[in-house]
Design a protein around this ligand. Structure first.
Ligand SMILES: [Zn+2]
Length: 401
């Protein structure tokens, strides 16, 4: 049997055996093992593969991981928010910034004004940069349109990127904010009766998400939107308990969301409901760092055996940090997550949070050959050399990038 590629003598971080949770995560490390790859898939994972291959890559004992998966981004947008950043550095509050026309409303306006081509070009460039930092799959949310045309424009950019071979996964986040000049209930009705049928009908999204927060969408609104999304085949996700304890974790349990995200102030009951309903916690340490926010109750997630995934939340307002490895370092230092939790959080657990666990997130037979050979022999170095790019070589679907 001839393989297309064999990676030899790697320290494989396989992440075998499904989703990870609890205090003691086993990364499934195999020292000095090989990977046989054919037709873009991982076919054999074993020590000392003897078969021939068209190409042999020697890892020389370096770490080999599945490609990183970023389960939460807002990477399609136009313009930036550097003015607001400057104001914030000089002490302005978020409300003051909003009054001066900053905040999400500015990005909504810029994104509305941008052409599809402009959005496509900038998104493609960002995905290429993420790839260089080891991210081989990216979730992308809409939500800077807040009206059908622009939401569709954003989701069509994701579709185009997917057609070009990028691993991108679209989430409909029409309920990201209440658009200027609209009453909340009228807008929710518009989401349910106009936007959702169109977007689900054209299969432009896999997930439906809601920004559940004080003064935006309350738990009842979120339930209504996510339930309807479910009826349209969109799997629920939720921005929950980021700024206040707003009942988002409870909603995620009740609606049986695949994931709840941010979770800085989840209630104890919310955590219990998440655990009972198998909801994954998607944590976003880059945002907490960039905004100097508090951190989630990590020990409680461990005690409840709630699986943790980690995303960049890449967006122009609260996390313009494109390097997921840097965010992994921040997860260690600011969130005090264990190295094993962080690695599982950007691989197998992130795959589960995106419902792609059958294809991605671990080094196991039958999975896509999205793989990274890192510069290091000890996986903790990914966190330790904070700010350095850990990637030596990357492979996307069996092709070396
Ligand atoms: Zn977000």
């Amino acid at each position: 049997m001839e393989f297309d590629i064999i990676i030899k003598n790697g320290t494989l971080i396989t992440l075998e055996g499904g989703i990870k949770s609890g205090k003691d995560i086993n990364l499934g490390i195999k020292e000095n093992w090989d990977i046989g790859i054919r037709n873009g898939k991982i076919e054999v994972v074993a020590p000392g593969i003897k078969d021939s291959a068209r190409k042999i890559i020697s890892a020389n004992g370096k770490i080999v991981t599945p490609g990183f998966i970023d389960p939460h981004t807002h990477l399609i947008f136009a313009g930036n928010r550097v003015d607001e950043f400057g104001m914030r550095l000089k002490g302005a509050s978020y409300m003051e910034i909003r009054e001066k026309g900053g905040g999400i409303k500015k990005t909504v306006q810029n994104t509305k004004n941008a052409s599809s081509e402009e959005l496509y070009q900038s998104a493609k460039q960002r995905i290429e940069t993420m790839l260089k930092w080891g991210v081989t799959t990216v979730e992308i949310k809409s939500g800077y349109g807040l009206e059908l045309g622009t939401e569709m424009k954003m989701l069509n950019v994701v579709k185009k990127l997917k057609e070009e071979g990028y691993n991108v996964i679209p989430t409909f986040l029409g309920a990201h904010d209440i658009p200027e000049g609209w009453k909340k209930d009228t807008y929710i009705e518009h989401i349910l009766s106009v936007m959702m049928p169109e977007i689900a009908g054209k299969k432009l999204a896999a997930f439906c998400d809601v920004f559940c927060e004080k003064d935006v969408f309350n738990p009842n609104d979120a339930m209504r939107i996510l339930q309807r999304g479910k009826a349209y085949g969109l799997i629920p996700k939720i921005h929950a308990d980021e700024i206040t304890s707003s009942g988002g974790a409870e909603v995620s349990g009740e609606v049986q969301a695949i994931s709840a995200e941010h979770l800085i102030y989840p209630s104890d009951n919310g955590l219990k409901m998440m655990a009972e309903n198998g909801v994954i916690a998607v944590l976003l340490p880059g945002t907490s760092f960039f905004l100097n926010e508090s951190i989630p109750p990590i020990e409680k997630f461990r005690n409840h055996n709630i699986p943790i995934a980690i995303g960049s939340d890449f967006n122009p307002g609260s996390s313009p940090i494109i390097s997921l490895p840097l965010i992994m370092g921040i997860a260690a230092i600011k969130y005090k997550l264990y190295p094993e939790e962080i690695i599982a959080g950007v691989t197998i657990n992130a795959a589960y949070a995106l419902n792609i666990q059958d294809k991605k997130g671990s080094i196991e037979t039958g999975k896509d050959a999205d793989l990274l050979i890192l510069k290091y022999k000890d996986y903790r170095e990914i966190l330790y050399w904070l700010g350095e790019n850990p990637v030596e070589k990357e492979m996307l679907g069996g092709r070396i990038k």
